[in-house]
Design a protein around this ligand. Structure first.
Ligand code: MG
Length: 346
């Protein structure tokens, strides 16, 4: 097998504002795995709050002991082995895992999602993320994505209630959307440090029609999170509090569900294992992505039929996406039947 890796800067269409700050770009790593005239593609995007970055991820992949030849029947064993060697580099591993799955699907001439359990077919709604915005900015963003049904509002500053009210006001205006009701969820990105405040917000958000709330409190406040979850009227989903398979048992009881992202957990093979374990614990599943383009979102979307919701709108936020192939319709991702992960490089 030949491995080719390169760094790339993804540019946002609009400046992206969350509780941690505002940025215009995200550094990414792209991976290409080639053998037998077939190339598989993978991507990992690295927001600045991660400890891993695109440059060290590239160096790490070049140091991995990879087999000379990919044997499809041994890909899962290979990925299990590589996971043990990839601590602190799960983003790099995710990009490689995605490229291997793309290659594998192409080799078998099937869409990659057929390599996984497709029996559930939950057909989840896909969120469209609205970074912290003024009313004019929000109106502008919403007018470009009128087919979406579920919006994720980024909260975590002192205008949280006004952001939600602004969204509801625009949504409820006659003629802004068609007759389908739009709903929203929120992501506070760890910003609410006081449990009583967080609980008050949860009741208020429920009154506004919020569907679920993501990572309201800091990672180091898991006991507070567990108590919040006990009293919380909304499904509470953890994102930053959970990274890999081994974290699931630790957060069981402190949340209703988890946000699984390939860049955090090490790729499709690991994510699939996490879904199976979380389901046994009656947890909800959100499959998310970093602010990545079509290659990364298409990889994650291969598991979408097993999720309650997906947050795979990255390609819509990116101005210079080097791939295409992720299709949205009626607020959902529609998987295509192209072999592999279903993407094409420009
Ligand atoms: Mg999140």
């Amino acid at each position: 097998m030949q491995l080719h890796t390169y760094n790339y800067t993804l540019r946002f269409k609009h400046p992206f504002a969350i509780a941690a700050g505002t940025r215009n770009t995200t550094n990414a790593l792209f991976v290409e795995v080639s053998q037998d005239g077939i190339t598989g593609y993978g991507e990992a995007a690295f927001p600045p709050y991660l400890t891993e970055n695109a440059v060290v991820a590239k160096v790490f992949l070049s140091s991995l002991p990879l087999p000379e030849k990919i044997v499809p029947e041994r890909i899962n064993d290979l990925l299990e082995q590589l996971f043990k060697q990839s601590k602190d580099y799960y983003g790099a591993l995710a990009a490689l895992d995605m490229a291997l799955h793309d290659w594998w699907g192409k080799k078998k001439q099937i869409p990659t999602h057929q390599l996984f359990d497709t029996s559930k077919n939950l057909s989840p709604l896909c969120t469209y993320t609205i970074g912290m915005s003024t009313e004019t900015e929000m109106r502008d963003k919403l007018s470009g994505v009128k087919s979406f049904r579920l919006f994720k509002l980024k909260l975590g500053n002192n205008s949280d209630k006004s952001i939600v009210k602004t969204f509801c006001k625009i949504r409820d205006e006659e003629n802004f959307f068609d007759h389908h009701k739009r709903v929203f969820c929120i992501d506070a990105n760890r910003a609410w440090t006081d449990r009583e405040f967080a609980l008050d917000m949860m009741f208020w958000l429920q009154e506004q029609g919020c569907v679920f709330a993501e990572q309201p409190m800091p990672v180091n406040k898991l006991d507070d999170m567990a108590r919040l979850h006990e009293a919380c009227p909304l499904p509470l989903i953890l994102d930053e509090s959970i990274q890999t398979f081994n974290d699931i048992a630790r957060v069981d009881g402190a949340c209703s569900g988890i946000n699984i992202k390939l860049v955090k957990c090490g790729g499709l093979y690991q994510a699939n294992k996490m879904i199976a374990d979380a389901r046994k614990r009656n947890m909800k599943i959100l499959i998310g992505c970093m602010s990545e383009g079509s290659c990364g979102a298409a990889g994650a979307s291969q598991l979408s039929s097993q999720a309650d919701w997906v947050d795979l709108d990255g390609p819509l936020l990116i101005a210079n996406d080097p791939f295409k192939g992720v299709n949205y319709s009626e607020g959902k991702i529609v998987l295509n039947e192209i072999s592999g992960n279903g993407i094409k490089k420009f």
